[in-house]
Design a protein around this ligand. Structure first.
Ligand SMILES: *[C@@H]1O[C@H](CO)[C@@H](O)[C@H](O)[C@H]1NC(C)=O
Ligand SMILES: *[C@@H]1O[C@H](CO)[C@@H](O)[C@H](O)[C@H]1NC(C)=O
Ligand SMILES: *[C@@H]1O[C@H](CO)[C@@H](O)[C@H](O)[C@H]1NC(C)=O
Ligand SMILES: *[C@@H]1O[C@H](CO)[C@@H](O)[C@H](O)[C@H]1NC(C)=O
Ligand SMILES: *[C@@H]1O[C@H](CO)[C@@H](O)[C@H](O)[C@H]1NC(C)=O
Ligand SMILES: *[C@@H]1O[C@H](CO)[C@@H](O)[C@H](O)[C@H]1NC(C)=O
Ligand SMILES: *[C@@H]1O[C@H](CO)[C@@H](O)[C@H](O)[C@H]1NC(C)=O
Ligand SMILES: *[C@@H]1O[C@H](CO)[C@@H](O)[C@H](O)[C@H]1NC(C)=O
Length: 522
C-alpha cells in the first residue's frame, strides 16, 4: 500500500492538533468530529434520529470566556433546505432542553430500559429543522458563568446565533423562517430573547454593531408562567372546578387557598410587581412573594397530585418518564454525541436547582412576564399561547386570563371570543381562539409538558402554526395515524453508538502531541 503523501500528513497532523487543542487529551476519539471557529460538534452521531438521510449535529458553542452552550440540531425529515428553523428551549429556569428533545418534540423517545430509543412519528422535525439549546449555563450540558436573569441569558443566546449563523454548518439557515418554541419559564425567555435579538438587529441595521441579524418570525409558548398573580388566581378557580375535570380539592382546601391568595399572596405579588429588583430589598420582596404563594396556594391545591398532570394516576395515561436521562448519562452515548468534548465525565441533571434558586433570589421569578410579550402581541407578531388543560403548574384558565389582561390591542376581542373546537379524525382535541396573528389554544387532556402527553395534537398544531395557517380540524388517513400511534420501531442504541476508532497510528500521534501541546479550549 502506498504511504500517505506529505500533503495528507500535514493535514492529518493539523487536524489532530486542532482536535487536541479543543478536547481534553483523555477524551476518547469521536467519529465525525468537526471543529469550526467557536463551534465543535459531532455530525450524524446516529443517536436518536434514525431516519435515513436526516442529518444531525450535536456539540458546544463557545460564546466566549470559557462559556459553552450545548446544542443538538436535527435537520427536517421533510425538506431541510426550505423548511423553517426552530429553536426549542425548555424552562425551569435551569431545565435542559434534552427534556423537550427526548420526551416532547424530538425525533425519538427513550424506551423504559434507558438503553434504546424509538422513532417519534410526531417529531417536530417532520416539518422543520430544529435546534435544542441548553441554557443558561448550568442547564443540561452547558457550562459557564452563573446567570440570574433572562436578560443576561439573552445576551449569550444571541452570541450563540452569531457563532451558528457564521458557521459552515448553520449559516445556510440564517434566512429560513425562524420560529422560537418554548414552554413554562420560556414565557420569559421567549419574549426577552426576541426583544433582545430585535434591538441587536436595529443596531446592525444602523451600522452601530457588526453582526448577523437574527430575525425571529414567530413565538410559541406552551404552559407558560406568564404572570404569577394571574396564575395563582386562576389556580384557585381551577382547583374549585377544573373545566372537564370538576373540583380538584374539597371545600376546606378551597377555603384555605382562597384565604391564602386573598390575604397574603396577592398583596405580596403586587408589592413585587411594584418593586425595583435591581435593589436587593426589591429582589427579596419578589423572592418572598413567589415562595410564599407557592407554599400557601400551589402546594395545598396540588396536594398529593402530580402538578404536571391531573390524570397521572389513571393507569392508561401516558406520563413522560426520565428514562431519557439514564440514556444520556451512558458514557457511550455521551461520547457519540460529543457531550464529552469539554470534559470526559459531564454531569447531567434534568433541571439545575441552583439556577432556579438564583433566578428566584434575583426577583425575576416573582415578576409578571407580560410586559415583554405585550409589545410583540401589540405589533401583530405571530404568537401561539397554548396549554394542556390537565396542567396545574400553568393552569389554562390563568393562561387565558393572562392574555386577556395583557396590554395589547386584541385583549378585548380575545375575551369576547368563545373557544372553537379543533378535531383530528372527528375527535375534539383542542379548543382555540384567534385574533389576527395571535392564537390561544387549550389542549384537552395534556399535562405541563404538552407535547409529551398529546404528541399528535402538538405536532398537528405546530405544523399548522409554522405554515402560517389558522388552527383547523384535520382528517388523517386512519391506517396512517394508527400505525404511527403504535410506532415502536425500536432502534437499538448499541448499533447507534458503535464508535469508529481511529487507527493505532492516530492514537499514538494523539498521545504524542498531547504531551507537548498546551490544552486550550476553543
Ligand atoms: C414523520 O416522519 C417519520 C419518518 O419519516 C414517519 O415515519 C412518520 O410517519 C412521520 N409522521 C407523520 C405524522 O407524518
Ligand atoms: C441581570 O443580571 C445582570 C448580571 O448578570 C445584571 O447586570 C443586570 O442588571 C440584570 N438585569 C435585570 C433586568 O435584572
Ligand atoms: C380535605 O382534603 C384535605 C387534603 O386532602 C384533607 O386533609 C381533609 O381531611 C379534607 N377535609 C374534609 C372535610 O374532607
Ligand atoms: C400578521 O403577520 C403578517 C406576517 O408577518 C403581517 O404581514 C401582518 O401585517 C400581520 N397582521 C397583523 C394584523 O398585524
Ligand atoms: C387591554 O389592552 C389595552 C391596551 O391596548 C389596555 O389599555 C387595557 O388595560 C387592557 N385590558 C385589560 C383588561 O387589561
Ligand atoms: C371578559 O368577559 C367577561 C364575560 O365573559 C366579563 O365578565 C369580563 O368583564 C370581561 N373582561 C374584560 C377585561 O373585558
Ligand atoms: C368541544 O369538544 C368538547 C370535548 O369533546 C365537547 O365537550 C364540547 O361540547 C365541544 N364543544 C362544541 C361547541 O362542540
Ligand atoms: C410565514 O410568514 C412569515 C412572515 O411572518 C414568512 O417569513 C414565512 O415565509 C411564512 N411561512 C410560510 C410557510 O408561508
Amino acid at each position: 500500500m502506498a504511504g500517505p503523501n506529505t500533503f495528507f500528513l500535514v493535514h492529518l497532523l493539523s487536524a489532530i492538533l486542532a482536535f487536541i487543542q479543543f478536547v481534553d487529551s483523555s477524551t476518547p476519539w469521536i467519529s465525525n468530529y468537526i471543529e469550526e471557529t467557536n463551534l465543535a460538534y459531532v455530525k450524524d452521531s446516529g443517536i436518536c434520529e434514525t431516519v435515513d438521510g436526516v442529518g444531525q449535529y450535536s456539540g458546544y458553542i463557545n460564546v466566549g470566556d470559557k462559556n459553552y452552550l450545548w446544542f443538538w440540531f436535527f435537520e427536517s425529515r421533510n425538506d431541510a433546505s426550505t423548511d423553517p428553523f426552530v429553536l426549542w428551549l425548555n424552562g425551569g429556569p435551569g431545565c435542559s432542553s434534552m427534556i423537550g428533545l427526548f420526551t416532547e418534540s424530538g425525533p425519538c423517545t427513550v424506551n423504559s430500559d434507558g438503553k434504546s430509543t424509538a422513532l417519534n412519528p410526531y417529531s417536530w422535525n417532520n416539518y422543520s429543522n430544529i435546534l435544542y439549546l441548553d441554557q443558561p449555563f448550568g442547564a443540561g450540558f452547558s457550562t459557564g458563568i452563573t446567570l440570574t436573569n433572562s436578560s443576561a441569558a439573552a445576551i449569550y443566546a444571541w452570541t450563540a446565533f452569531q457563532v451558528l449563523f457564521t458557521s459552515d454548518a448553520f449559516a445556510k439557515y440564517k434566512n429560513h423562517q425562524f420560529v422560537l418554541a418554548t414552554e413554562s419559564y420560556g414565557a420569559r425567555f421567549g419574549p426577552v430573547f426576541i426583544n433582545h435579538f430585535n434591538s441587536q438587529n436595529e443596531l446592525i441595521e444602523s451600522g452601530e454593531l457588526d453582526g448577523v441579524k437574527v430575525i425571529v418570525s414567530s413565538l410559541m409558548i406552551n404552559d407558560g408562567k406568564h404572570d404569577p398573580l394571574i396564575n395563582f388566581q386562576g389556580l384557585v378557580t381551577f382547583a374549585q372546578d377544573a373545566p372537564g375535570y370538576g373540583p380538584l380539592v374539597n371545600s376546606s382546601v378551597i377555603s384555605t387557598i382562597t384565604k391564602a391568595f386573598e390575604n397574603t399572596c396577592r398583596g405580596l405579588l403586587q408589592d413585587c410587581y411594584d418593586a425595583d429588583i435591581s435593589k436587593s430589598s426589591g429582589a427579596d420582596t419578589c423572592n418572598t412573594a413567589i415562595t410564599t404563594c407557592t407554599d400557601d396556594v400551589m402546594s395545598p391545591a396540588v396536594g398529593d397530585r402530580d402538578p404536571d398532570y391531573l390524570l397521572a394516576s389513571s393507569s392508561d395515561n401516558k406520563v413522560p418518564t426520565t428514562s431519557y436521562a439514564t440514556y444520556i448519562r451512558l458514557s457511550e452515548v455521551q461520547d457519540a454525541i460529543g457531550a464529552t468534548l469539554l470534559s470526559s465525565k459531564p454531569t447531567f441533571d434534568q433541571c439545575d436547582d441552583t439556577t432556579h434558586a438564583l433566578f428566584s433570589q434575583s426577583g425575576e421569578t416573582g415578576k409578571t412576564f407580560l410586559p415583554e410579550l405585550s409589545g410583540l402581541a401589540d405589533s401583530g407578531f405571530r404568537i401561539l399561547i397554548w396549554g394542556g388543560d390537565a396542567d396545574m403548574k400553568a393552569n389554562w384558565l390563568g393562561l387565558h386570563q393572562s392574555m386577556v389582561q395583557m396590554s395589547w390591542y386584541g385583549n378585548q376581542t380575545l375575551n369576547d371570543t368563545a373557544l372553537t373546537n379543533m378535531s383530528i379524525n372527528g375527535d375534539d382535541v383542542a379548543a382555540f381562539a384567534v385574533v389576527d396573528n395571535f392564537t390561544f389554544a387549550r389542549v384537552y387532556g395534556a399535562g405541563h409538558t404538552l407535547p409529551a402527553y398529546k404528541p399528535q395534537v402538538a405536532q398537528t398544531i405546530f405544523q399548522q402554526f409554522i405554515s402560517n395557517e389558522t388552527i383547523h380540524s384535520v382528517e388523517t388517513s386512519v391506517t396512517g395515524s394508527s400505525s404511527a400511534a403504535g410506532a415502536s420501531s425500536t432502534a437499538s442504541s448499541s448499533d447507534a453508538v458503535r464508535l469508529q476508532h481511529p487507527g493505532i497510528c492516530a492514537l499514538v500521534l494523539i498521545y504524542f502531541i498531547s504531551r507537548y501541546s498546551t490544552r486550550k479550549l476553543l
